[in-house]
Design a protein around this ligand. Structure first.
Ligand code: PMP
Length: 353
């Protein structure tokens, strides 16, 4: 080992889902929205004054922050925008999780949480979901350095009831509690109204799923102005110009079209409900999902075998070779046509294997 090697920050990185560069694939592996962003988004990008690209963007992304605040019935001082919710969550870990005590999050959850904890050297302790993949509120009553969980949870799609979220908040008034609402728009209840009551709550959302803008990278945190100020202080100590001109323009345009937003979500929810019935017929079981994916196990065919067989046909779903979930597939809801092709293959495969 070279002497300098001992000074290197070594981490096991997060593994994102595959982004195959082939055309003509059915991509149900990274919870992207199968529909395009609102028509106003490409329009805003076409209209973008290219002289803006010569200049640095507004470091506060003020237009976007104001548009997000308006859409949520909040004040701009209660909103922090970042480069996808991954960036916002990373900033939150750095800003708010600085205790010697461990932060708490579920054992089965978004697999970036332990990576951020490792990279920022934050002690953490995972709390097991019960056998039905529900969060057990009492596990979060103990002393800790902060709490974070997604609602609905990922990769399970299971919603945490509002009363349980409030219970966890009530038991954790001395630390920051982050609710990661990446998938909340697909039918779960948001914790945003609880912001009025709990000054230690942070709710994080994204434009990547329900707004079809994963490629643009826009996420945001909502909290009381004091917490948003602390987040901004850390952000400005790191990189002032996180939101580029195109992201600001695209994000604002997306928020200007609530009808399109609601329509797209309704289409995905309808397809999801049909997919649940079809999966049951094919012998899959799963907890009810309030997200744009279903986390399902088959009664006889191992998940890894199905994952490989699907991939062979250029149908991509997500498989996690991890304890407790290695017999499940996470299936993103695509268009009806994509789901039909997926089910047609499954039906043939399961009959003839
Ligand atoms: N939180 C959860 C639970 C997620 O599944 C994802 C998507 N990978 C994110 C946050 C981050 O999404 P983005 O950075 O695209 O906003």
């Amino acid at each position: 080992m070279k002497a300098w090697e001992k000074n290197i920050r070594r981490v096991t990185p997060y593994t994102p889902g595959e982004q195959p560069q082939k055309e003509k694939i059915i991509k149900l592996n990274t919870n992207e929205n199968p529909y395009p962003p609102a028509p106003g988004v490409p329009e805003a990008l076409r209209r973008l004054d290219t002289d803006l690209l010569r200049r640095y963007p507004d470091p506060s992304a003020g237009r976007l922050v104001k548009a997000i605040a308006d859409s949520q019935g909040l004040k701009p001082e209660q909103v922090f925008a970042g480069v996808g919710s991954d960036d916002v969550l990373a900033m939150c870990f750095m800003t708010f999780f600085n205790s010697e005590k461990p932060i708490l999050f579920p054992d089965i959850t978004y697999s970036f949480y332990d990576v951020w904890a490792e990279v920022f050297r934050i002690p953490y302790e995972t709390q097991p979901l019960n056998e039905n993949f529900d969060i057990v509120a009492e596990d979060y009553y103990k002393e800790n350095g902060g709490v974070i969980f997604p609602n609905p949870n990922a990769p399970t799609g299971v919603e945490c009831p509002q009363e349980m979220i409030e219970d966890i908040l009530r038991q954790n008034q001395d630390v920051i509690v982050i609710v990661d609402e990446a998938y909340v728009d697909f039918g779960a209840v948001s914790a945003v109204p609880l912001l009025e009551k709990y000054e230690n709550l942070i709710v994080v959302q994204t434009f990547s799923k329900s707004r079809s803008l994963a490629g643009m990278r826009i996420g945001y945190a909502m909290a009381n102005p004091a917490l948003i100020k602390y987040l901004n202080d850390v952000k400005y100590s790191f990189n002032s110009y996180t939101m580029n001109q195109t992201a600001i323009a695209a994000g604002v345009a997306s928020l200007e079209d609530p009808e399109y937003f609601n329509e797209t979500i309704q289409k995905i929810v309808d397809t999801r409900e049909r997919a649940k019935a079809r999966l049951r017929q094919l012998g899959f079981s799963f907890r009810d999902s309030k997200s744009n994916f279903i986390f399902a196990a088959h009664e006889s065919c191992p998940a890894k075998e199905l994952f490989d067989a699907l991939r062979e046909q250029d149908i991509y779903v997500r498989y996690f070779a991890k304890p407790r979930i290695d017999n499940y597939l996470r299936i993103t809801i695509g268009t009806d046509e994509e789901m039909d092709a997926f089910f047609a293959f499954l039906e043939r495969y399961l009959k003839h294997r």
